[in-house]
Design a protein around this ligand. Sequence first.
Ligand SMILES: [Zn+2]
Length: 228
Amino acid sequence: MPDELLERLQRFHTDAFPQHRSHFRLLVDDGQHPLTLFIGCSDSRLVPYLLTGAGPGELFLVRNVGAFVPPHDQSRGFHGTAAAIEFAVLSLQVRRIVVCGHSHCGAIRALYGDVPAEAKNLARWLELGREAALPVAEPGADVLRRTEQRAVVLQLERLMDYPMVRERVEAGALALHGWHYVIEDGEVHVFDVRRGGFVPAAQADNAGTGPYVQHEQPGARDGESTRL
Ligand SMILES: [Zn+2]
């Protein structure tokens, strides 16, 4: 029985990698300098590189169930997402943080139902979206959509509790972006605090800054505007 995954690895090495060899060489020699921290749901239908057109070295990527942001202030526990936020902001000095939820999100739906009793970590993790849930027992499509979007905004607010994030956002050095990706339409809706809601990318005038950013663009260096 052929090992399909192994075949894919071999194909990458022989067919795809040679086309990118020099680019990866540069990223090794110069190190990575991504401008964007992308916090996305783990859902397999959300493909950040496809959505943004990003290439290697452009996105510092964190994915978890629901695209949730854990609290910064915690005395116990191991939180990969919290560590990634600190690293991206303090060491990589990213200029943007995107929180990207999506339609038909299982994590959001789970806020209205039960999770298996043995999924203790999952049950606890879902608490990070609990405040976004609306007071209905049987959520329809509209309620789920609104909850998905409310959850994105909730995570943006929690990001502002990270001192290094707040400091940089207030200084205009970091922008927060809330996105909701509608899988069936192939369109991201961006959170626009001035309009008070999510706006389809086709009708948006920027990539959707979060609720606390006053400036239009993070301070652009030469050539930066075309990069993520
Ligand atoms: Zn999801």
